[in-house]
Write a protein that binds this ligand. Sequence first.
Ligand code: ZN
Length: 193
Amino acid sequence: MTVYHFMARRPHLPTLRHRLAWTYANLARAHAALADGCANYRRSDHIVRSRLYSGLMTGRMSMRSLLDDEIVKLTSVRACAYCGAQEHLSVDHLIPRNARGSDDSGNLVIACRTCNSSKKDEDLLRWMARRGSFPSIFVLRRYLKLAHAIATDLALLDEDAERAAATRLLTFDPLMLPEQFPPLDRIRLHAEP
Ligand SMILES: [Zn+2]
């Protein structure tokens, strides 16, 4: 029997690969708890995080394709991905176009006019931090997959995050990847008004 020792603390995160894997593993932990309506993390949620983190680092697991995120987008209520508003909706580039974000559907989310004009060309995580909010699970998951694909294409995954940021090649801000998530009651699966 395999015993999974869950990590109570953040592991050492020397490279961008570590930071992306850790953020994604934290996201999966929060998703598991929220999907079951839990107010606090259970032992099983911590195990989800530990397994995913080590799986991503050893290459046994991967961040899955954007397909399931596209399904979520098509099947959920039409609302702003950032604030949950249901009026004055348009399309926003998650990774801004000016930051060479693509027009692929994976990079497009529905956003209200207010969020769209407030976010403009700012990095999603930087913009949200400035507003004192945290992205929903589904927006962050999509963002992390895009970020991982971009870092892979640029061969920067094994670079120190600060050095990777200094190259100015990345179209997201690696220094904004949250090493710690807010408490569960501040995280939503989908944005809510
Ligand atoms: Zn909005």
